[in-house]
Design a protein around this ligand. Structure first.
Ligand SMILES: Nc1ncnc2c1ncn2[C@@H]1O[C@H](COP(=O)(O)OP(=O)(O)O)[C@@H](O)[C@H]1O
Ligand SMILES: [Mg+2]
Length: 359
């Protein structure tokens, strides 16, 4: 059988550029090379698209950007091309692509933006479509949808940053009334990797936290503080997805911030999560319900808080979760019997399935 050509896209302009490079390295290594030819497209922090043909080991540390053979290349929106346009010094080449694997986190990569380009191109791609990606990237939208679906979550409120700057006193008073007490979690609606998120213990901190969040996004979400365990569940599939064994993260710092996620060896993972079988089942059921109601496809990691009194509260859905060696998604899948090579193959299979094409 002829090999299929898969394009892995990594990097991007988002604050999670570095994480994406590490995730991409792992994804590329797990793609079965006997059946797939892998093309790697890196997007620099400045937004340049480069076809990279050097060694995979230079992706994680960013040195791939200096490779002399890099060529400007981009996915064509026209389905008549069904692939990539590559600019050589003396000519332009069109390379057909069978399937795209975006290993991008955050802005432009996980929020439906690039998925819109893929839709236009007509090329099957791994992961959620435009709407589910956008809905899950915006924490205000996710929370509003979950409320409608009857899925439990922290009490929340949201507003636009400009509304706050126009009437700060009113917004603070409304927020305090709505949520009742401190501490509160203040988040830019499009947060990823905890960037711009703060825990506010009093009104002064709330004001500062809103200003910090407003630097990241024009929409701000504020939630009551939940005192609970952080439990995560990996979901895989399209219309009838499967849920993994839930796992648990125990952050070393006061909350699971950027450092705790990527730099701190003291943050612990427990697989399975240290909760009762009954709560495990509740987490898995809720993860699948949220995934299917929002219309996710391919994969997502659904994150929860589980409280001492047995409440299961959905926190967020990550449509392109990390694939680093310490990342929960691949670990949860492995613990559920799906090792990384098979996982990648399943994801590719679901990409074709959603597009109605044979694998
Ligand atoms: N309502 C909340 N109550 C308690 N802790 C929270 C709450 N919301 C977020 N956190 C803490 O902040 C971390 C990051 O918030 P999260 O909403 O998951 O954003 P991100 O998309 O950046 O991961 C969580 O992993 C958790 O440790
Ligand atoms: Mg999170």
């Amino acid at each position: 059988m002829q090999k299929k050509r898969i394009a892995v896209i990594f990097g991007g302009k988002s604050s999670e550029h570095e994480v994406s490079r590490v995730s991409a390295t792992n994804v590329i290594r797990s793609i079965p090379k006997d059946r797939y030819d892998v093309l790697t497209i890196g997007i620099t922090k400045q937004g340049r698209w480069l076809l990279y043909s050097g060694d995979t080991s230079a992706i994680a540390d960013g040195s791939w950007e200096k490779h002399p053979d890099n060529l400007t290349a981009f996915i064509a929106p026209a389905p008549s091309v069904s692939g990539m346009v590559v600019i050589h010094p003396d000519r332009t080449e069109i390379m057909k692509i069978d399937v795209i694997f975006p290993v991008l986190h955050g802005k432009n990569g996980e929020d439906g933006t690039i998925q819109g380009l893929f839709e236009m191109s007509g090329i099957p791609y791994v992961g959620c479509g435009v709407l589910a990606s956008a809905a899950c990237m915006n924490k205000a939208v996710t929370n509003i949808m979950l409320e409608k679906f009857g899925i439990d979550q922290a009490k929340f409120t949201w507003f636009y940053a400009h509304e706050y700057f126009e009437a700060p006193d009113r917004i603070i008073a409304d927020t305090e009334k709505e949520l009742g007490s401190y501490p509160m979690f203040v988040k830019p609606a499009n947060a990823g990797s905890s960037v711009g998120i703060s825990k506010a213990h009093n009104r002064d901190e709330l004001i500062k936290a809103i200003e910090i969040a407003a630097r990241e996004d024009s929409t701000i979400v504020i939630e009551e503080n939940i005192d609970g365990l952080e439990v995560e569940c990996a979901v895989l599939g399209n219309e009838k997805p499967i849920a993994s064994i839930p796992g648990q993260i125990a952050p070393a710092s006061e909350f699971y911030d950027y450092d705790a996620k990527y730099n701190d060896a003291n943050s612990q993972l427990y697989i399975p999560a240290r909760i009762s079988d009954e709560l495990m089942e509740k987490v898995r059921e809720t993860a699948v319900k949220a995934y299917t109601r929002i219309g996710c496809s391919g994969l997502s990691r659904v994150d929860f808080f589980v409280t001492k009194d047995g409440r299961v509260l959905l926190n967020e859905i990550n449509t392109l979760p990390g694939f680093t060696s310490i990342s929960m998604y691949p670990k949860l899948m492995a613990a559920s019997g799906i090792e990384s090579e098979r996982l990648i193959e399943e994801l590719i299979k679901y990409a074709f399935e959603r597009n109605g094409k044979d694998v």
